[in-house]
Design a protein around this ligand. Structure first.
Ligand SMILES: C[S@@+](CC[C@H](N)C(=O)[O-])C[C@H]1O[C@@H](n2cnc3c(N)ncnc32)[C@H](O)[C@@H]1O
Length: 279
């Protein structure tokens, strides 16, 4: 089932990665890689059969599958996303996996048409796009959590994102991407702010964990600067300030560099922060 909310309730910040087929495929591939850290989080929260749980900004899957496995038929799972294309993809993926009991709701994280005090766990992963909007979304997540239930946030912080050995093409593409991202209002430091967001939303006794990983698998389109160069060529060459020749040259140089088995990329730090709503 899905419900629609008026477009005027959408937050102003654009989700820069969009909701196209390429982004949906990327998120599904990433959901697999991000599974372990999310399983660790759900273990810590002791998510159990019978719980009513919510995944905010679920995209084409998020952790809906992990939640459904844990709460079982006695529980309930709801996914919220503001993008109809994301929800259409989620509907397809859930049907393929026979997860027929997950309910999908189209809404902004900051204004969810869901009753107060109703979920045992309210979770989001990578949906707090900007620090300007994150407080409203976090407060809304707390509102729909039942007293004694958990609010859990997972967001990246780019503090650890680097390429070793250093490479000028990496810096060139990352600098262009930072300009594009800043113009769209996206923040690359949201992770470190998660405890503060929970505190500002009235929660205490907050737990924080971080996860990261290293990739040595060679160049592929999922390395952030290459992904941005491929999917946002127009913005990288306008807002990003690169000429088309600079962009193409940097992509070729970086691809060769990443194909060197001695090159490593340290992924962004994934922050996880969680706390109970007071009873
Ligand atoms: C990076 S994707 C993450 C998807 C999923 N949580 C995951 O971990 O794979 C961000 C998702 O959040 C959604 N989103 C961004 N801002 C939102 C908002 N204000 N309200 C609801 N959904 C939002 C986007 O449409 C997108 O599906």
């Amino acid at each position: 089932m899905s419900m629609n909310v008026p477009a005027e309730s959408r937050p102003a910040t654009e989700y820069l990665f969009g909701a196209g087929d390429e982004e949906i495929a990327r998120l599904l591939e990433r959901a697999g890689r991000r599974r372990l850290a999310s399983e660790v989080l759900l273990d810590q929260l002791a998510v159990a059969p019978g719980w009513n749980v919510l995944d905010v900004g679920c995209g084409p899957l998020g952790i809906l599958d992990l939640l459904a496995e844990r709460v079982g038929d006695a529980g309930s799972v709801v996914g919220v996303d503001r993008e109809p294309a994301m929800l259409a993809a989620a509907r397809r993926v859930l049907a393929e996996r026979a997860l027929n009991r997950v309910r999908l709701v189209q809404a902004s994280a900051a204004a969810m048409p869901l009753p107060a005090d109703s979920f045992d766990l309210v979770h989001e992963r990578l949906a707090l796009v900007s620090l300007a909007e994150a407080p409203d979304a976090t407060a809304e997540m707390v509102r729909v959590t039942r007293p004694g239930g958990w609010v859990a946030l997972q967001e990246y912080d780019h503090v650890s994102l680097l390429c070793q050995p250093p490479q000028p093409a990496w810096d060139l593409l990352m600098n262009a991407w930072h300009r594009v991202r800043a113009e769209a209002g996206m923040d690359i430091t949201v992770g470190r702010h998660l405890p503060g967001l929970l505190r500002a939303a009235g929660l205490g006794d907050i737990t924080v964990e971080v996860h990261s990983s290293v990739r040595r698998s060679g160049a592929d389109g999922h390395v952030l600067p290459l992904y941005m160069a491929a999917t946002h060529r127009d913005r990288m060459t306008t807002v990003g300030g690169l000429t088309a020749a600079e962009l193409d040259g940097a992509v070729a140089d970086l691809t060769a560099h990443l194909d060197d088995p001695n090159t490593i990329v340290v992924n962004p730090l994934l922050f996880q922060a969680w706390a109970r709503k007071q009873s």
